[in-house]
Design a protein around this ligand. Structure first.
Ligand code: HEM
Length: 413
């Protein structure tokens, strides 16, 4: 009996050794092992190090990014992953028309979104992107700003009814109004109209429409709600920026008693800089991934076919090689002259290239509208402060615990 157990154990050990040897001696394995990264063990790779709470994982990926800068590798069991954060490498990957497919990090979205625009690849993605692009043209979006203004007013009026000072639990607050906007009747009909016409023309079926509606609700709501939440926290902590942004908003809104239109929003340059700086420091999507189906030569390494690349947007946005005092909130980094001085790919909150965010213009207008209206209605005082707030990173960058800001009503009577 013991002999059988020992033989079985020896057989298992030999099989593990063989699989390990086979994996690491393969072309992909050798190219990956040539890169630096934390020590991996046979078969499990780095899984044990990665099996920690999400808050810790976020810190770990930041640490490795700095230690092995600018590129490192991890083995997710037998799947190799290359992490990049240098703008030269990001540019090559995102501007390539070959590497547009996704796999890892998106798998848990498949059951819900199936393969809509965010998760699909190859031909299906090309076809859907072509179908949906017209719905996000700026001239089309302008028509659907009514619902955004309506919800921005509601976000303020709901709080005003609670009294002079309110401690607001930001995550549910921001979620409520961004969700109302994305699900807003007029906007939903606009997108559905377009898809239903496509359905009549045989370009998409019922299941496809379902995938795309779920995708837009997912991508268009959580990302914007989080950006709104971080913008409120940052403006509450940075009083000078808050004052400047409010003065700009008042210039447009005061003469019209708080009513705003799309043209006003387009002119609010300082507010736009505050939002851009917010999603530099807290990019709602902190990391994106691509499956590498053929060798990809980057500036800092070769990524072999059969691996995945993760672009660490968060690390890139705080890379001290490209950003002076990277942790400081400074909206003037986005003055046109400052932008010109920088590498264009060291700021990619909406990704870039073929698979960039289709909703980025809409997101910016929506954020400007909500925050402008809040700044016009309230002074913001910090309660929870960002440096102390624990952040966790999964598909979006979320505070790990509830966060609050004090809203003090501005008397405009
Ligand atoms: C602050 C808000 C937002 C941020 C930071 C953001 C960021 C991003 C990023 C980084 C990607 C690339 C994902 C990847 O390559 O895996 C992306 C893709 C996408 N976003 Fe956004 N997004 C925002 C708002 C929105 C909104 C409002 C919508 C829709 C109404 C939207 C719809 C999409 C879709 C459909 C894709 C997939 C595009 C494709 O693969 O062709 N996003 N977004």
């Amino acid at each position: 009996m013991w002999l059988y157990v020992i033989l079985a154990l020896v057989e298992a050990a030999l099989m593990i050794m063989f699989a390990h040897f086979y994996l690491h001696m393969s072309r992909t394995g050798r190219a990956i092992d040539a890169l630096r990264g934390p020590r991996a063990i046979p078969i499990l790779g780095n899984l044990l190090q990665l099996h920690v709470p999400l808050v810790q994982l976020f810190g770990l990926l930041r640490e490795w990014g700095a230690k092995y800068y600018p590129v490192y590798k991890l083995w997710f069991s037998i799947k190799p992953v290359v992490f990049i954060q240098h703008p030269d490498d990001i540019e090559i990957l995102l501007m390539s028309s070959k590497h547009i497919n996704k796999e890892m990090a998106y798998e848990h979205l498949y059951s819900w979104l199936q393969t809509g625009l965010l998760t699909s690849g190859d031909k299906k993605w090309h076809q859907r992107r072509k179908l949906l692009t017209p719905a996000f043209h700026f001239n089309v979006l302008k028509k659907y700003m009514d619902i955004t203004f309506e919800q921005s007013n509601k976000a303020v009026m709901d709080l005003e009814s609670l009294g002079k000072e309110t401690n607001v639990d930001l995550l549910p607050y921001c979620s409520k109004y961004t969700l109302n906007i994305i699900c807003g009747k007029k906007r939903r009909l606009a997108m559905l109209d377009l898809l239903l016409t496509d359905e009549k023309n045989g370009l998409i079926d019922d299941a496809g429409i379902n995938e795309e509606v779920s995708t837009f609700i997912f991508e268009g709501h959580d990302t914007t709600a989080l950006a709104m939440c971080y913008a409120i926290l940052l403006l509450a902590e940075n009083k000078e920026a808050q004052k400047k942004a409010r003065e700009e908003v008042e210039e447009f809104l005061k003469p019209k008693n708080g009513v705003m239109d799309t043209l006003d929003l387009q002119k609010m340059n300082y507010l736009e800089r505050c939002i851009k700086e917010t999603i530099r420091l807290y990019p709602s999507v902190p990391m994106i991934a691509r499956r590498i189906d053929e060798d990809l030569q980057l500036k800092n390494c070769l990524v072999p076919q059969g691996s995945n690349v993760f672009v660490h947007i968060f690390n890139c946005h705080r890379d001290p090689h490209f950003w002076l005092e990277p942790d400081k909130f400074d909206p003037d980094r986005f003055l046109p002259d400052e932008i010109k001085k920088r590498h264009p790919f060291c700021y990619v909150p909406f990704s870039a290239g073929y698979r960039n965010c289709i909703g980025q213009k809409f997101a910016m207008m929506e954020l400007k509208s909500l925050i402008a209206r809040i700044l016009y209605g309230f002074y913001l005082e910090p309660i929870d402060r960002l440096p102390e707030i624990k952040i966790q990173s999964d598909i979006v960058l979320r505070p790990a615990t509830p966060v609050q800001t004090k809203f003090i009503k501005i008397d405009r009577s």
